[in-house]
Design a protein around this ligand. Structure first.
Ligand code: PHE
Length: 448
């Protein structure tokens, strides 16, 4: 449940719909699903296995299993760095959710046209003070949870609130069915047009699969270290992946009917969910309650993910410098706040005003893109190489077989980890880098 809590979060609800929109829909969505099952799930199992075997945080887990090689320790460091950066922009987005929850209480949509409601997001995004304020509040919430040990409480609540979120999502989805834009939305999400697929869309789909599953950050290694040997790892991985995909698809299917009904462009950018959902809420009876509850649940699911991000940083710092828990939490939180400042100020351009001119994306988006589309796939690749070529196969097999009745999965899993996954990830990276060109292949698929 905790792993599902970490996996299901803003990645599915906020990030997936808008990246799918930016990358042309159907073909991207299909690739995302394939990558989740074919690459994400095996790596998820691999990370669990490393954690359960060593019972340690990532940096030390890699070191221990590679017979003290300091090179492999670097993967652990990469994990910590990535978690830290993800945490920083995650807090900014969660801050928007808090902001929207409060705005909903004030019935901010009253008397506004869909176009006006949509435009509010830009005001939010470009307000330096609001972004800083809510991001800071959100970091304090994380500190509160991780510090005070009410983590158990959060996990208890997530058993109630995650189904509640599912309930709202299904309700919104059903309402979406009645909207004129529904057919067009279903077509956009489910009918793949491979001609629209660009190399960067392929890399983004890979990164999205890793991001929503939380692999490539050492988080699952940490969770694995809490697992009992009797726990069935392949089954856990499969369930988490399926739940995550379902939430992602439902999120897209509640957002895109609105997009097409009101003729908005599908490329809504990072504000997509905030620009669309309030329009729907405004039409519903009891919109104040539904809208507020929706954004609060959003914050809650974000929280179950971000505490896991904070936890990786904290756990590693504690082991690295022998700090006690409170010191590690406070220092990580201050670090995360400082690093989140440029992301929070990205819209207002109060800091690094020429960032976008130089890098083509604002600071927030640069961090968002670099971590998900580059750092997580590269860390995932290194994890597969580590399990496939560095760990002893015998150890791996024994650990894999513990707690599962699906022993026959070991061979195909190991094959994927050793050959298939590294090959696919390397090809995708080379293609994005322009070294390889797969376009003719897609043309072939199209004409077939
Ligand atoms: N998987 C989470 C989500 O979808 C994000 C996340 C990534 C959380 C990595 C932890 C680690 O929102």
């Amino acid at each position: 449940m905790a792993a599902a809590g970490s996996a299901i979060g803003l990645g599915s609800l906020w990030r997936f719909p808008y990246i799918a929109g930016d990358n042309g829909g159907g073909a991207f969505v299909l690739l995302y699903i394939i990558f989740t099952y074919v690459l994400g799930v095996p790596i998820f199992i691999g990370e669990l296995l490393i954690g359960r075997k060593t019972q340690r945080s990532p940096i030390f887990a890699y070191q221990e299993l590679s017979k003290q090689s300091t090179n492999w320790k670097m993967v652990g460091y990469l994990n910590v760095l990535t978690s830290f950066i993800v945490l920083s922009f995650y807090c900014v987005v969660s801050g928007w959710c808090l902001n929207y929850a409060l705005m909903s209480l004030n019935q901010f949509t009253l008397g506004k046209t869909p176009g006006q409601i949509r435009a509010i997001f830009d005001t939010v995004y470009t307000s330096a003070d609001l972004n800083l304020f809510w991001m800071g509040i959100y970091i304090l919430m994380n500190v509160g949870v991780v510090y005070s040990g009410i983590r158990k409480g959060i996990e208890h609540w997530s058993k109630i609130l995650t189904p509640a979120l599912f309930f709202i999502l299904i309700g919104m989805f059903i309402y979406g069915l009645t909207m004129p834009g529904f057919t067009q939305a279903a077509k956009f999400i489910f009918s793949p047009t491979f001609s629209k697929l660009t190399p960067s869309a392929i890399l983004n789909a890979l990164g999205m699969a890793f991001f929503t599953l939380s692999v490539g950050l050492g988080i699952i290694v940490t969770y694995g270290s809490y697992l009992k040997p009797s726990e069935n790892m392949p089954r856990t991985a499969f369930i988490v992946a399926t739940m995550t995909i379902l939430v992602s698809l439902m999120a897209a299917m509640m957002i895109f009917p609105i997009v097409f009904t009101f003729n908005f462009p599908p490329e809504g950018g990072p504000g997509l969910v905030f620009k669309t959902m309030p329009i729907l809420f405004a039409k519903l009876p009891g919109s104040l309650v539904i809208s507020t509850v929706f954004f609060l649940l959003f914050v809650f699911t974000a929280l179950t993910s971000s505490i896991s991000l904070l936890e990786v940083v904290v756990a590693n710092l504690m082991e690295l410098f022998s700090w006690n828990r409170s010191k590690a939490v406070i220092i990580s939180a201050i670090g995360a706040f400082i690093f989140a400042v440029p992301s929070a100020l990205a819209g207002s351009k109060a800091l690094f005003p020429s960032w976008e001119t130089i890098y083509g994306k604002d600071f927030f988006d640069t961090m968002n893109y670099i971590t998900a589309s580059w750092m997580m796939p590269i860390a995932g690749l290194l994890t597969t190489l580590f399990i496939g070529y560095v760990m002893e196969k015998q150890t791996t097999r024994e650990e894999f077989l513990k707690g599962t009745t699906m022993g026959y999965l070991f061979r195909p899993w190991f094959f994927t980890i050793r050959y298939l996954a590294p090959l696919v990830v390397i090809i995708i990276i080379l293609e994005q880098a322009g070294v390889l060109n797969l376009a003719p292949l897609f043309n072939l698929m199209r004409s077939a």
